[in-house]
Design a protein around this ligand. Structure first.
Ligand code: PEP
Length: 273
């Protein structure tokens, strides 16, 4: 199985020149990671305006002219992802959607992945489970891989409601998604109290939640499907703790915010797992 490291740059850095520099630094440090015998898929998710800049300098997911001729893809362990999308296609989807970004646009830029339902979007932009489910279904229909984020906040945790909250987010996010499609979703457990706090969930606690994800997915689909699902951990992951979420807690990778903006730290993180 592959290990995933998803870099969520959020609303950073502050200029396109800095984005180009950040991407090039990461690329130079990691381009040949496969030579170390690692099967790591590194997914860089910059803000929308920088997607085309990065796609133009690197084009990690688009077929090269030679690959296009043979129907293949550029071989690279660094892929491009988006942090959000809209669920309709313009204009046949029946309306105009000022300010939104379509999946066709993301696909054209070479995005292989899209983060859906990040807690900051749920919290500050009122993204509901219903909206998240629409986005997941639209992403799957375009053959892009969704990264579905779910997580409880501190109050939920203190009130013992973690599993209830997670079950609701998972089940609602998966409405009308087939058995074959659910396997294409990458799940990310991101407890809100751990995001950006410098205090990650302990690997033991995270492991219990990972098994709970499998239980919920088994109950909705089959055990065999739950066994195939990729589940990542996110929340204050850095180069010193990333490995523990994979080796001790059994996750298939990590979703990284703050540490993905520091090239040395991020390269170290990938090399350490
Ligand atoms: C995130 O926002 O998805 C995240 C994991 O952030 P951080 O790594 O900074 O906690």
């Amino acid at each position: 199985m592959k290990t995933f490291v998803i870099a969520n740059w959020k609303m950073n850095p502050s200029s396109s020149a800095k984005a180009e520099f950040l991407f090039n630094s990461i690329k130079d440090g990691l381009e040949n990671i496969e030579k170390l015998g690692k099967k790591t898929e590194i997914v860089i998710c910059p803000p929308f305006p920088y997607l085309s800049i990065i796609s133009n300098i690197y084009n990690p997911c688009l077929p090269s002219p030679e690959a296009k001729a043979t129907g293949g893809q550029v071989k690279s362990n660094i892929k491009l992802g988006a942090q959000n999308c809209f669920w309709e296609d313009p204009p046949a989807g029946g309306g105009s959607f000022t300010g939104e970004i379509s999946l066709l646009m993301l696909k054209d830029l070479g995005c292989k992945y899209v983060i859906i339902g990040h807690s900051e979007r749920r919290m500050f932009l009122n993204e509901t489970d219903r909206i998240i489910n629409k986005k997941i279904r639209a992403v799957l229909a375009k053959r892009i891989e969704p990264i579905l984020c779910v997580g409880e906040n501190r109050k939920d945790k203190e009130q013992g409601k973690t599993q209830t909250v997670l079950r609701k987010q998972i089940e609602n996010g998966l409405k009308r998604i087939s058995k074959s499609d659910v396997k294409k979703i990458i799940f990310a457990y991101e407890p809100l109290w751990a995001i950006g706090s410098g205090r990650p969930c302990s690997p033991d606690e995270a492991q219990v939640i990972r098994l709970f994800f499998k239980k919920v997915i088994s109950q909705k689909y089959f055990r065999s499907i739950a066994d195939e699902i990729n589940i990542l951990y996110g929340g204050s992951v850095d180069s010193s703790n990333a490995k523990s979420f994979i080796e001790e807690a059994g996750f298939q990778g990590v979703l990284v915010g703050g540490s993905s903006l520091k090239p040395k730290e991020f390269i170290e993180l990938v090399k350490n797992i």
